[in-house]
Every structure is written in C-alpha cells, then in structure tokens.
Design a protein around this ligand. Sequence first.
Ligand code: BTN
Length: 236
Amino acid sequence: MRIYRFDEIDSTNDYLKTMKELEEGDVVITKIQHSGRGRRGNKWIAKEGAGLFSFVLKEDKELDENEYMKLSLVVGYSLFKSLKKIESLNYKFKWINDIYLNEKKLSGILIEKIDEYYIIGIGININNEIDETLKEIAISLSETTGKIYEIEKIILDVVKDFFEEFKKFKNGNWLKILQFLNENNYLFGKRVEISYGDVRERGVVGEILENGELEIFQKDEIKNYNIGEIHILTRD
Ligand code: BTN
C-alpha cells in the first residue's frame, strides 16, 4: 500500500486521477483541499480536522459489470461499519452513499473511474468545526462526542475495512449488505424530490432494491432509480 500525504492539495480524487501508474490500495490523504469535489458537480467544503482521502480499487474483470453498479452502496456500507467501530452512534445510511447522524451529513463519497481503476474519495467530518454556511446540514464526530480523534488511523482503518468488505461482497455477501442498508435507510418513508439532468420527480421513498436501485412511490406508479440527487421535502 502506497500512502501519499499532503498538508494541502486541490482534491485527493484529482491527484489520483492524474497519477501516471496507479496501483490498487494507493491512498492519498490531505489536511486541506482547495477544490474538494462532491457528487453531481457539488463542492465539498471542510475545514482542517476532516478526514479527506481517496484510494484506488482496481477493476476485477472476473466480476460482472452489473455488480459494480453496487460499488457505491458497498463503500457506504463498509464506511458505516467502520464508523460504528469508532463510535457506536445512531448513524443512518442515505442512498446512495452518504452517512447521516442526527439528521445531518457526517460523510460523503465520490467514486470516479479512470481506465480500469475506481478512485474512491471519502470526506468524513471528524475533528473539524463545520463551516458556518453548512451548520444546518452537516455534523462532525467531535462536535457530537466532544472527543478528538486520530485522523490518519481512522482513514487507514476505513480503507482496510473496505477491502475486507469488498472481498466478502465478491464472495456473495450482497443480500446481507442490502438488508443492513435497508435497516438503516435514512430516506425510508420520507417525502422527497429526486433530480437528475433536468428531471425532477416527487414521491415517498421505499426500499433499496436488490439491484441497488431506490424505489420511490409516486402518484400512480412506483419508480426505481439508479441515479439522482435526493432532496427531502418538508412540505408539499
Ligand atoms: C458528496 O457527498 O457529494 C461526496 C463528497 C466527497 C468528498 C471527498 S473529500 C476527499 C475526496 N476528494 C474530493 O475532491 N472529493 C472526495
């Protein structure tokens, strides 16, 4: 495992994406990101004290392409379990791979692919104070427990846990993962708006399905989604 440590960098995902020769298990860790990226073109803003890292998973040609559709969920699952080991708090899993705590976002995941490599980027609010502009929607471990954590240890444990869980997934553990995610499904029963491209649709969230899609009950039909950004509606 090669570990690249920085005090500051634009984005750990971007660093790996421009690296010449990637190896599975490469990890990039930074204290500060100047252009941290989230999913769907969003920014990821976190002060020093957050866990900011990306690591490399090499595509396994033996594994059916469709199985990689579930990768986001497997990363979210393994991160959830890693966090549980650090502090047994009441986390929730927000499809497709956010971890929530006390109705606020604790961690986000951005997965990108370059050639045969998946770049798995994770941001966890650990010791950091949440930015003023995000206080209503984000939370950190420290502000919840009053403790200070060893960031690099958490990061390396998260990466190690992922490779273990991914191995179990390849060996047929998917239904157990799915059950766990549904038991901790933050969105279940919530009224939401899902958006992708120019499309916006509203409904009530059901289960995460066996193929990894999210079901949403709409007026006259049930629709299943494999992409989309979810906004919880507080009123109609
Ligand atoms: C999201 O919730 O939209 C995903 C956020 C992912 C943020 C992490 S921080 C480390 C890595 N580098 C980035 O630029 N983004 C990911």
